[in-house]
Design a protein around this ligand. Structure first.
Ligand code: DAH
Length: 345
């Protein structure tokens, strides 16, 4: 076979191989085999030096032409295959945005938490801060500092869970008042949401329940400030139409003390109460909790001057408020963690 024939054969083989190649990596193999350093064409070019002048011209020309033709074929096919491969990859990666998605289960806030959030938001809007205290409390903060010394009959009314070493599960959030006042100078404006504990269980009482305590101590605070604050808070939680009323009551740590009621937000309440009303059962008023002017003795216990400062305090039960607002008959449902119940909120 003459060198010219060999060049022609190699070229034909190479062009056939390009034609056959099914992928860009096949093409790379073809390039190495026919144009690479160990390829027939390169060998022929290397041997040119030993040829006669006449042959040099012919072989040089035809081997260069063959190289260019193969390169051109490779380039052309590479471009085509690369485009096809890209197309196929994009098709494989494509997402059908019209397919229905996988539903992501969303949680919902516990009804009590909704009330707590509403109340806390309201007071933050008035410039109050949020304070917290421990659920395992000392006897002193839970009782004595609030005017309920050892042996006082009010202690037995609270159905306390007693722990060792003078500790109790706090029976109310009022000890947070004491802790707050001990930790800072007046004026004080705080709300204290938290869990509280009493030995009690029936449709409207659970051993663990929530309270929200509030405390404002400043110069010149009066019962009128308390009433206005509570009325605005009740409207925020139950709607713009509601009114509140204060009834005389007794707590060891307030003087005077009041019980606060909200007019029924469903039937309108008051004297026009609907005797069949599902929410107030005809009473017209819903009990929210206790309140009063902070007893001067309590202010004295924490080192505030009762001649200079006065304050009001209140404590109510967000669980009860949620029962009333959402029409839930049994408080125990709040703490059973039944998703069918919780998902309704
Ligand atoms: N701590 C009381 C209770 O749990 C509620 C209460 C009444 C809190 C009057 C107060 C208050 O801050 O002023 O029964």
């Amino acid at each position: 076979m003459t060198t010219a024939d060999r060049i022609e054969t190699l070229k034909t083989e190479a062009l056939d191989a390009v034609h056959e190649a099914g992928s860009t990596s096949d093409l790379e193999d073809v390039r190495v085999r026919y144009l690479g350093r160990a390829s027939g064409l390169v060998e022929i070019k290397k041997s040119i030096g030993s040829l006669s002048d006449e042959e040099k011209k012919v072989v040089g020309k035809s081997s260069n032409r063959a190289t260019r033709e193969i390169e051109a074929a490779l380039l052309d096919k590479t471009a085509r295959l690369a485009a096809e491969e890209r197309e196929a990859r994009l098709r494989a990666e494509s997402v059908d945005v019209t397919l229905p998605g996988v539903p992501f289960p969303k949680g919902s806030l516990h009804p009590t938490q909704r009330i707590i959030d509403d109340v806390v938001d309201f007071f933050i809007g008035l410039g109050y801060s949020v304070a917290e205290g421990p659920e395992v409390e000392t006897d002193y903060y839970n009782f004595t500092a609030l005017g309920i010394p050892p042996g006082h009959p009010a202690r037995s009314m609270q159905d306390t869970f007693f722990l060792d070493d003078g500790l109790v599960m706090r029976t109310h959030t009022s000890p947070v008042q004491v802790r707050t006042m001990l930790s800072k100078e007046p004026p004080v404006y705080v709300v204290c949401p938290g869990r509280t504990y009493r030995r009690d269980s029936d449709p409207t009482h659970t051993p663990m329940f929530n309270q929200i305590e509030g405390l404002a101590v400043d110069r010149g605070i009066t019962l009128a400030h308390l009433k206005g604050t509570l009325a605005a808070m009740a409207r925020r939680v139950f709607g713009n139409e509601v009114e509140i009323r204060l009834r005389p009551s007794y707590f060891q740590f307030t003087e005077p003390s009041v019980e606060m009621d909200v007019s029924c937000f469903l039937c309108g309440g008051g004297r026009d109460a609907d005797p069949e009303c599902k929410v107030c059962k005809g009473a017209g008023w819903l009990e929210m909790g206790g309140a009063g002017m902070v007893d001067p003795d309590v202010l004295g216990n924490v080192g505030y001057d009762p001649e200079e400062f006065t304050g009001f305090a209140f404590g109510f039960g967000p669980d009860r408020m949620a029962m009333v607002k959402y029409g839930i008959p049994d408080l125990r449902m709040f703490f059973e963690g039944d998703l069918r119940f919780l998902k309704q909120f």
